[in-house]
Design a protein around this ligand. Structure first.
Ligand SMILES: [Mg+2]
Ligand SMILES: [Zn+2]
Length: 190
């Protein structure tokens, strides 16, 4: 069960990967017209909001560095996502954090080995600081092990790997995580 019985004023958060976790991964999404929410996302997010969790999206967007999209494309997709969540479900996503970098980016200002691209933990740390998050009760869900590696390094220990097409081989990690096939299953394991 979700534990919100916390003695500090810090709030827990549900850390969310974007592509392949909240919405379908179409690869370097440039337009908000392509947003397709995965089934049962909204139902589950509502449960978290009701339990006073902040919703924080952390996403690698190397398409920016690769010159396939611009920062303004990414921010407009994020405002659209927020708009849809709020209008249709009354859900507020507290903040979106994105990493535009890639070591082989074609646009030079984005060509760095940054610490914010997952599995780097910098964006998690930034969110924890800026939004005054209690990591102890926080949860992270992502569709790649790198999402969870970053969260784990930032001190988040309740980790869920959304594995829509389950493979026999479970990715090996040096930390504990739970594999789920769908948002339905995620909700049932909380
Ligand atoms: Mg993903
Ligand atoms: Zn970065």
């Amino acid at each position: 069960m979700l534990n919100t019985n916390i003695s500090t004023d810090k709030k827990p958060a549900l850390f969310l990967d974007r592509d392949g976790t909240l919405i379908e991964d179409v690869g370097y999404m440039k337009s908000s017209n392509l947003i397709k929410w995965l089934p049962k996302v909204q139902d589950t997010l509502k449960v978290f909001v009701k339990n006073k969790y902040l919703l924080v999206v952390i996403t690698n967007q190397s398409g920016i560095g690769r010159g396939l999209l611009e920062e303004k494309d990414v921010t407009s997709i994020h405002s659209k996502m927020n708009e849809q969540m709020l209008d249709l479900y009354g859900i507020v996503i507290s903040k979106f954090y994105y990493c535009p970098h890639h070591p082989e980016a074609i646009i030079s200002k984005y060509r760095i080995n940054c610490l914010c691209r997952k599995p780097g933990k910098l964006l998690f740390n930034k969110a924890i600081r800026e939004l005054n998050i209690n990591t102890k009760n926080s949860i992270c869900i992502g569709d790649k092990l790198t999402d969870l590696t970053a969260a784990n390094a930032a001190g988040i220990k309740k980790l869920f790997l959304l594995n829509k097409i389950p493979t026999k081989i479970r990715p090996v990690a040096s930390f504990q995580y739970t594999t789920i096939k769908s948002w339905d299953e995620f909700q049932s394991k909380l």
